[in-house]
Design a protein. Structure first.
Length: 518
């Protein structure tokens, strides 16, 4: 049933495992995870000729991409394949499901169809989950997988990801939620994968925070510390140095849980309030250190609007903090003088040298924030020979956004060479097939193993690639660099441990259920 491609040895090895047991496949981006699902789909359809195959992915562009792979490589009539996304009218979904043997769907609509009884998973003999690291908490993958294992006559699950995360509890949760019985992991260093990996050169470009920025930073640091001092004085915090954003979020959740409607607990209320202010100041510091004045100015403008509208008490209270007000005034002055983060000049130099002067070359610049992405687009388009466009997710209130149709069209134009630089937020990290990218630039390091692996995997697919990471010295950029590095190392250690403990069924699954991995 397969046509037009020759499986690689590691794909065949993984297929053998996946044919026998529900399997989580962790494979670097660009090494053919979809083709492994395709091979297993052909195998299951041969075993169960009148059955159905279902492949779920988080976005419509990804779904369209899977469909193209199957049309090209699976020997099956095109009318026997169907795409179910939010664009398909509710009245048509049941009919498409009945006629098709291979279905590609986004999860939310599918969950609704199952709950309403429009469709049944009874005849689905293979269920695939792409970007499987999403299968945690309330995400639709979780309920669909549990429902599938209860209702399918011949269930088999194949879960695919470039990285399931670096936290033991989270990886165990993904495995538990998707009824995983075995794990297949490959890295760029594995001997059966190495022949297919193109060399990727990684270059760290370091800049210093300008003295003018240091003045704003000093004011924001003072404001941040004053908020945490209040939390400490109420007894909910031991010290105020070296606290990460993650720790602040965990503390916030803990305090809100402790409050549980007791609005007479004034010390607790004060701690929660001061913590909310601290987190807003912390975000301003991150923008200053890692992004620049334009992004920080836009953030201050939004906070001012929220304060005037009375949307959040924390925003309103910040505008009575002298250090915070002084930081805003200084930022405004820098914005008017058009003083920007030195990363912008470095980025322009890198793009000019690698893309503008190289015929047919393409780059992706990853940036965490939409405001910054717009600024970078404006700056890069000033370079002769550069045609840059932003690639962001769907529109949120008051922000720039692209519909999923527009995302697909932009990628097609990028592939065709109408643009040679894409400035992408996190939407560009997941799975989308951008065939040839010569350069990937991280505008900032990110403290996430998943996102670091996904970003890096955008280049070096067909020939040698290059990754450049911009980093501001003595800021959270440096912290984020090492956080991601250690998380990635930890992820591979955890996966090896889990794989060894899942060798026996049902013992492995029982261990997962009882949370005995450590």
């Amino acid at each position: 049933m397969i046509k037009g491609f020759t499986p690689r040895l590691y794909q065949e090895t993984i297929l053998a495992t996946a044919a026998a047991r529900n399997t989580l496949v962790v494979l670097p981006t660009g090494l053919g995870k979809t083709n492994i699902f395709l091979m297993l789909a052909a195998h299951r359809l041969k075993l169960y000729p009148d059955s159905k195959i279902l492949f779920i992915g988080p976005t419509r562009p990804l779904i369209d991409q899977y469909m193209e792979v199957f049309k090209k490589h699976l020997n099956i009539a095109e009318e026997k394949m169907a795409v179910l996304t939010g664009m398909v009218a509710a009245g048509k979904r049941g009919g498409l499901w009945e006629k098709a043997s291979v279905i590609f769907s986004t999860p939310q609509g599918l969950e609704n169809d199952l709950l309403s009884g429009k469709i049944s998973l009874e005849d689905v003999v293979l269920l695939g989950f792409d970007e499987a690291h999403r299968a945690v908490k309330e995400y639709s993958y979780v309920w669909i997988a549990k429902h599938y294992m209860k209702t399918a006559r011949f269930p088999r699950v194949l879960a695919l990801t470039a990285s399931p995360g670096s936290d033991l509890d989270k990886i165990s949760e993904v495995c538990r939620n998707l009824s995983i019985e075995d794990i297949e992991v490959r890295t760029e260093a594995d001997p059966d994968v190495k022949p297919y990996i193109q060399e990727i050169e990684i270059d760290w470009v370091k800049v210093d925070l300008p003295p003018e920025f240091a003045e704003v930073k000093k004011l924001l640091d003072a404001s941040f510390r004053s908020k945490l001092e209040v939390v400490k004085n109420t007894g909910y915090l031991r010290g105020i140095t070296g606290i990460s954003k993650k720790e602040l979020l965990e503390l916030q959740a803990s305090l809100r849980s402790e409050l549980a409607g007791d609005y007479r607990n004034f010390p607790l209320l004060r701690a929660i309030s001061s913590l909310a202010e601290a987190m807003k100041v912390g975000h301003a510091l991150e923008l200053l250190e890692t992004q620049g004045i334009t992004a920080l100015q836009k953030y201050f403008d939004r906070l001012r609007e929220d304060a005037k509208a009375g949307k959040t008490k924390a925003a309103k209270r910040l505008f009575s903090d002298n250090n915070f007000l002084a930081a805003i005034a200084k930022t405004q002055q820098l914005h008017e003088k058009k003083i920007e983060h030195p990363k912008i000049d470095e980025l322009k130099r890198i793009i000019k040298e690698n893309i503008a002067d190289a015929k047919g070359a393409k780059a992706i610049v990853f940036n965490h924030y939409r405001d910054s992405a717009l600024k970078l687009q404006e700056e890069l388009n000033q370079i002769e020979g550069i045609r840059a466009s932003i690639f962001v997710g769907q529109m949120k209130k008051g922000e720039t956004g692209l519909s999923q149709k527009q995302q697909r069209e932009l990628l097609d134009k990028f592939t065709a060479g109408e643009f040679n630089v894409i400035i992408a937020t996190s939407i560009g990290e997941e799975g989308l097939d951008i065939p040839k990218v010569d350069l990937v630039v991280f505008y900032e390091p990110i403290p996430s193993a998943i996102r670091q692996i996904q970003r890096r995997g955008r280049t070096g697919r067909q020939e040698k690639g290059k990754v450049t990471i911009l980093m501001t010295r003595n800021t959270r950029d440096e912290t984020f660099r090492w956080v991601a590095h250690h998380k990635e190392k930890r992820m591979h250690r955890i996966l090896k441990t889990l794989k060894s403990k899942l060798k026996l069924e049902p013992a492995g699954q029982k261990q997962l259920d009882s949370g005995k991995f450590s």
